[in-house]
Ligand binder design. Structure first.
Ligand SMILES: Cc1cc2nc3c(=O)[nH]c(=O)nc-3n(C[C@H](O)[C@H](O)[C@H](O)COP(=O)(O)OP(=O)(O)OC[C@H]3O[C@@H](n4cnc5c(N)ncnc54)[C@H](O)[C@@H]3O)c2cc1C
Ligand code: FES
Length: 255
């Protein structure tokens, strides 16, 4: 649904930017893994930019929030957008993360700003009474902002962190924590850099652990019309905007 929202709050969280957009109306059920196309108020950024829903509220005065890092012109503009500014937004888009089956253990793996779609998933699953473990890695401690770690721990999520500079948690890559943490029967949810995803999927046992990856690709229409976001999978080509952005790890060719 194309709406005009109003920027209601913004703040820095380490190297990331948090942006909350008030919506003029309720937009139906929102789930972790859904994304939005958001107007980036810069003349050079004509296309709306895709961002995962990092947080949302669906009551009578609904809002959605994003966690993003600067990548280019569009995210630069969004980082400096003023509170009160009206922005066009198309939401909800994509397919959310499938929920675990009964008895499956749950492990989440995030690299840097890849925490964005996993944050509401961790909350949803832990509030549903599941025991949730999250491995989160970044180059340095500022990429693991304390307010987010605190929220996760308050929900009862068991968090282990890794930093490449060794400033917090395990020194090295977050995937190095995987071997000790992988369940024998469970689900791994991932979002982060391609290298992290490749490494993690290749570490999975042949059976017993399902995996779901939130992927990124350049997008234009967001609704399956322009074919701009096609990804090649073992099952053929898939449109990441409408058939993703969450795909089962087993269909990714890199596994
Ligand atoms: C479904 C989905 C969810 C996303 N969620 C988040 C999120 O929660 N937080 C976040 O920080 N980013 C997220 N991204 C990536 C984000 O959309 C891009 O960083 C953003 O569109 C870049 O816009 P720009 O104008 O700043 O950069 P541009 O000037 O357009 O490009 C700058 C650089 O970013 C790369 N880039 C551009 N678009 C994308 C893209 N769609 N995916 C990956 N790289 C891109 C370009 O190749 C280039 O290297 C998501 C992408 C997708 C597809
Ligand atoms: S972005 Fe147009 S088809 Fe996916």
């Amino acid at each position: 649904m194309l709406l005009t929202g109003r920027v209601e709050a913004k703040k820095r969280l380490g190297p990331y930017h948090y942006l909350r957009v008030r919506l003029p109306q309720a937009i139906g059920p929102l789930e972790a893994g859904h994304f939005a196309l958001l107007e980036a108020p810069a003349p050079e950024a004509i296309l709306l930019r895709p961002f995962s829903l990092f947080d949302f509220e669906e009551d009578q005065s609904p809002w959605i929030a994003f966690l993003f890092q600067r990548a280019g012109k569009g995210t630069e503009a969004l980082a400096s957008v003023e509170v009160g500014r009206q922005l066009r937004v198309i939401v909800p888009l994509g397919t959310p993360f499938p929920l675990p089956h009964g008895g499956e253990e749950v492990l989440l793996l995030a690299g840097g700003v890849g925490i964005a779609p996993l944050f509401p998933l961790a909350r949803r699953l832990s509030r549903g009474g599941l025991s949730v473990r999250l491995l989160w890695g970044a180059k340095s401690p500022d990429g693991l902002p304390y307010p987010l770690l605190r929220s996760l721990r308050r929900w009862g999520v068991e968090v282990a962190v890794a930093t490449e500079d060794g400033g917090l948690g395990h020194r090295g890559l977050v995937t190095e924590l995987l071997q000790d943490q992988l369940p024998s029967r469970g689900v791994l949810y991932l979002c982060g850099p391609e290298g992290m995803i490749r490494e993690a999927l290749s570490a999975l046992p042949p059976k017993g652990v399902r995996s779901f990856v939130s992927l990124e690709e350049r997008m234009a229409c967001g609704v399956g019309a322009c074919l701009g976001c096609v990804v090649k999978t073992r099952d053929g080509y898939r449109l990441l905007c409408s058939e993703g952005p969450v795909l089962p790890g087993e269909v990714l060719q890199w596994r």
